[in-house]
Design a protein around this ligand. Sequence first.
Ligand code: ZN
Length: 364
Amino acid sequence: MAAPPVTAEVDTFGTNVSARTNPHPSPVDMMNNMTRYRRPRTASRRRFFGLAGSAAGAAFLAACGAGPEDHATATPAPPPAIPEAIELTPTPTPVPSPTVTPEVRRVFPPGDRGQVERLALPETAWQTPVYISRSGQAGPSVMVLGGVHGNEPGSWAAAQEIADWTPDRGLLIVVPRANVLAIEAGERTLKELGDLNRFYPGVPPEAEDAFPMQRMAHAIVELAREFQVSLLLDLHESWGFFNERPEDGTAFLGQTVTNGADVSESPRVEAVANKVNALIAERDQLVFRDRGRNRFTNVTQRPAFDPSWLRGGTSSLGIGGFVDDLVPVLIEMGQQNQTVDRRSELHQLFVRTALGHEGLLDLA
Ligand SMILES: [Zn+2]
């Protein structure tokens, strides 16, 4: 049997924890010590980082989508308010039912059509291209991330193709190789870079002692804000297929789609997975995983930068807490017995279907 753990989750910082003895650690040292340093937590902090969830949910977390602290800090979410009491109040004089307000989606304004390229973190060793494709027509703004982890080649192969697409409406932003040095190394990431998918919302450029991928996380959040992104599709790979897993674990999340937003957005994401599944063979089919967690979805709840963010952050599934009305989605393809070309093809199919569902592309 082939050795599976090319994408198995390991603690990025765990290997050198014991070597650190500095009594006055810098923020970077504190990050390196994260696995043994447990800062006091308050309900608001936990809520801020979107880490609250059920214990069962914690055991079910995505390799790419959940921070290592989730397991230690997960607590049951409070039950939703039960509306039955409302029915006990006297019924007032009937009034006409209010008209159901159509769902309002953020619409990026019309403008020039064409593609522009810029760099995220320009003039650094970590700089990477950002492709912004404008349709010229009003419509939603969608962002696609590839290469967040350097040992997931199907993700950046797909994203590089998607970078050449031009939407029919709205705006498409693609960062095909978010962690270029990890891709060059063929590693999930490098210790000195940090794990981009643990660092949102990142830290601004003026912060000292930040990991490069903390700066990249900040650059991605800033892009999403600038272009009013309403849907983030973060492309990843796991090893085994979720439906074939011998056990639960982060190495067996292949062929899954995970919604990190408020559960009210779940049907929107699940509908895309269902459309894709109608087009592909049974083994390839995607499992929709609703994390069922309420996260910040409104910027009014977002605090200003807090230096404590240097010590940790959230995966892309928590990015909705930092960009108003953004719905993040994590897509994982399995590497086991599935070629990189097929993984790329399925990633592209998912993104194309999502863009059709959101109105950016007119699909046949
Ligand atoms: Zn990944």
